[in-house]
Ligand binder design. Structure first.
Ligand code: FAD
Ligand code: DLZ
Ligand code: SF4
Length: 512
C-alpha cells in the first residue's frame, strides 16, 4: 500500500508537505531531472547545474535517512523527459503504489499540467499546498480582499505582528517599522567589501557541471567560476557566514553598487531559500538573534527580515492571486524587442555592462542592479514585458516564476499599471551616479542630457516621462516630474525625443 511521492527541483526540504507522513518502509520518493523543466526557458548553465547538483545531494540525504528514492538522471537512456512521463514510468515499475502525492509547484504553467494528472495517471493524485511560506495563500487572499491598493508595507506589518519578529509587544522594535531611509548610503572610496563564502564544487557537483556543459553548450552564462553550495550543510554554512560577517553592513549599503563588486553586502541566500535548502522563517529568526545579541544593528536586521517576510511573501501572494491574466498585462504598451547586449553584456553603458557581465558569470545580480539598472533600462526603453520576463526567468539561479514575474512585470516594468508599486521605478543617470561608481569609467557623460556623449539613461528617462505624461500627471508621486517636463523648452524636448529615437533605433537585436 505504498505511495509515490514526487519532489520537484525547488522542493528540496525534508519537511515539504509531499513528504509529511511518508513511510520509509512502503513509499517511493521520486526526484527527476527532465528536459521539459530544463528547457521550458533556456536557463543559465549555472542555474541548471546548481539545481541538478542540489537535487542529487537531496536524494542522497533522503536515502541516508532511510527512504527509498528513485532518482531519474537526465542522461539515463530510459528518462522520458517530463515530470508527468517520469511519474507514469515510476508507477509502471512499482505497480503496488496506490497514490501519487506531490506539493503544488511554484509556477502556474506546471500547476495547470499537474492538475490534469489525476485524469491521466492510473492512481489518485494528492496535490498538497506548499507550506514553506509564512503566509498561506488563503490568508493572503483574505488580506487582499476588498483592498483598493495592495501595498507591501501594510502587509509586512501584519506579518511582523503574526510572527512576532522584531516586535516589542504590539509595537515595532526601535519604534519604527521600516529603517529604509538609513539604508541608502553610497560606498565610500576607502571602503572594501567583505570576503564571501564561495565554495568549490565537490565531486558530485563537478559531474553535474560536466553534464550541463555537454548537454546545454549554447545556453547563456558561464559555469566557471563556481559560487554556490549544493548541499544543505553548505547552504547552512553560507547562511552562518552571512549572519556573522556580512549582515551588520547589509542595511547601510543595501542600495549601493560598485565596479567589480557583484555581491556587496547582500546575502546570496535566495538561491538556497527558493529551492528549499534553507527555511525563510528560520533565517529571519537567526538574523533577529544577531540583533538581540548586539552583533548587528537594527537597520540591517529589519531591512533583511523585511525582504523575506515582506517582499518575498507579498510577491508570491500577488502571483497566485493574479495569474494567469497578470502575465498578459502590458499597461505601458511596450513592444520593443530585447537588445543584443542583454545577452553579450557588450555595451558602452558601464552600468549595464557590469550588471549583465556578472549575471553571465554568476547567474546573480543584486536587487538594485536588477531593478535600477537592467530593469530601469527595460522600462525606459519600452522593452517588451514578455521578453524581459523571460530573460529574468532564465538568467538568475534563484528564478522561478512565482517570484520573478511580480518583481519584473510589476515592480521593474510597471506593466501591471501600478498594482505592485504606486509609481514606476524610473530613474535617470543621476540616480545611478549617486549610488555607484559606474559613471566614473563610462564613455557616456552622466551630466549630459543630449548630444553624442549624453548618458542614455538621461534622454531615455525624459522621453519615457514625455511618452507617458498623460498617464502619470495625475499620480501624486509623479506630478512634480511631469511639471518639470512641462517647464522644459520645446526645442530641448524635441532634442530629447530625437536623441532617444536615434539611440533606440540603433539597438542591435539578438542574432540567433
Ligand atoms: P538580499 O539582498 O540579501 O535579500 C535577502 C533575501 O530577501 C533574498 O535572499 C530573498 O529571499 C529576499 N528578497 C529580497 N528582495 C526580494 C524581492 N523583491 N522579492 C522576493 N524576495 C526578495 N528574487 C528571487 O528570489 N528570484 C527572482 O527571480 C527574482 N527576480 C527579480 C527580478 C527583478 C526585476 C527584481 C527587481 C528583483 C528580483 N528578485 C528576485 C528579488 C531580489 O532581487 C533577489 O531576491 C535578490 O537579489 C537575491 O539576492 P540575495 O539573496 O543576495 O538578496
Ligand atoms: C528549474 C528546474 C530545472 C532546470 N530542472 C528541473 C528538473 O529537471 N526537475 C524538476 O523537478 N525541477 C526542475 N526545475 C524546477 C522546476 O522548474 C520548478 O519546480 C517549477 O518551475 C515550479 O517552481
Ligand atoms: Fe550608466 Fe549613464 Fe552612468 Fe554610463 S553615464 S554608467 S550609462 S548611468
Amino acid at each position: 500500500m505504498g505511495k509515490l511521492r514526487l519532489v520537484l527541483g525547488d522542493q528540496l526540504s525534508p519537511d515539504i508537505s509531499s513528504l509529511r507522513d511518508a513511510s520509509k518502509k512502503d513509499d517511493v520518493i521520486l526526484i527527476a531531472e527532465v528536459m521539459e523543466e530544463a528547457t521550458y526557458v533556456p536557463h543559465h548553465k549555472k542555474k541548471i547545474a546548481f539545481l541538478f547538483a542540489a537535487m542529487r545531494h537531496f536524494a542522497q540525504e533522503l536515502k541516508s535517512a532511510g527512504y527509498t528514492v528513485r532518482y531519474a538522471a537526465l542522461d539515463d537512456p530510459l528518462n522520458q523527459g517530463s515530470l508527468r512521463a517520469e511519474t507514469a514510468r515510476a508507477l509502471e515499475d512499482h505497480p503496488s503504489l496506490t497514490q501519487v502525492i506531490a506539493t503544488k509547484p511554484g509556477e502556474w504553467r506546471l500547476l495547470q499540467d499537474m492538475e490534469l494528472w489525476a485524469d491521466i495517471l492510473p492512481v489518485p493524485v494528492d496535490l498538497r499546498e506548499d507550506t514553506r511560506f509564512i503566509v498561506p495563500l488563503k490568508a493572503f487572499n483574505a488580506w487582499a480582499e476588498g483592498r483598493k491598493q495592495l501595498r507591501m508595507e501594510y502587509f509586512y506589518r501584519d506579518v511582523r505582528r503574526q510572527t512576532g519578529l522584531l516586535m516589542d509587544g504590539d509595537q515595532p522594535e526601535g519604534g519604527q517599522w521600516n529603517y529604509d531611509s538609513e539604508n541608502r548610503k553610497r560606498l565610500p572610496k576607502s571602503m572594501t567589501t567583505p570576503q564571501r563564502f564561495l565554495p568549490k564544487p565537490d565531486a558530485l557537483t563537478q559531474d553535474v557541471i560536466a553534464l550541463v556543459a555537454e548537454r546545454f553548450p549554447d545556453n547563456f552564462g558561464d559555469l566557471d567560476p563556481w559560487v554556490f553550495a549544493t548541499t544543505r550543510a553548505g547552504a547552512e554554512e553560507a547562511r552562518d557566514h552571512f549572519l556573522s560577517e556580512i549582515l551588520p553592513g547589509f542595511g547601510d549599503w543595501q542600495d549601493a553598487m560598485a565596479r567589480g563588486e557583484p555581491w556587496m553586502w547582500h546575502s546570496l541566500l535566495s538561491v538556497y531559500i527558493n529551492c528549499g535548502l534553507l527555511d525563510p522563517l528560520d533565517v529571519c529568526r537567526r538574523a533577529e538573534a544577531e540583533w538581540k545579541a548586539g552583533r548587528a544593528p537594527l537597520n540591517a536586521v529589519e531591512g533583511f527580515i523585511r525582504q523575506i517576510i515582506g517582499w518575498r511573501e507579498y510577491v508570491r501572494g500577488i502571483y497566485w492571486l493574479k495569474m494567469p491574466a497578470y502575465a498578459e498585462l502590458n499597461t505601458l504598451n511596450a513592444h520593443r524587442p530585447l537588445p543584443d547586449f542583454y545577452w553579450t553584456g557588450e555595451t558602452d553603458m558601464r552600468c549595464m555592462a557590469e550588471a549583465i557581465g556578472q549575471t553571465r558569470r554568476h547567474a546573480y545580480a543584486h536587487h538594485i542592479q536588477r531593478l535600477m539598472i537592467t530593469g530601469n533600462f527595460a522600462l525606459l526603453a519600452g522593452l517588451s514585458p514578455a521578453q524581459v520576463n523571460e530573460w529574468y526567468l532564465l538568467v538568475y539561479a534563484d528564478a522561478y516564476e512565482w517570484v520573478e514575474l511580480p518583481n519584473t512585470h510589476g515592480m521593474a516594468l510597471h506593466a501591471d499599471g501600478g498594482l505592485m508599486a504606486s509609481k514606476p521605478y524610473a530613474a535617470s543617470g543621476n540616480y545611478i551616479s549617486r549610488m555607484s561608481d559606474y559613471c566614473e569609467s563610462c564613455s557616456y557623460d552622466v551630466k549630459q542630457r543630449t548630444g553624442a556623449k549624453a548618458c542614455p539613461f538621461n534622454f531615455l528617462y525624459w522621453d519615457f516621462i514625455d511618452r507617458h505624461q498623460e498617464r502619470f500627471k495625475n499620480n501624486p508621486r509623479m506630478a512634480m516630474i511631469c511639471k518639470s517636463l512641462d517647464r522644459m523648452q520645446p526645442s530641448e524636448r524635441a532634442a530629447i525625443r530625437a536623441e532617444a529615437e536615434k539611440f533606440l533605433d540603433g539597438l542591435r537585436l539578438k542574432t540567433l
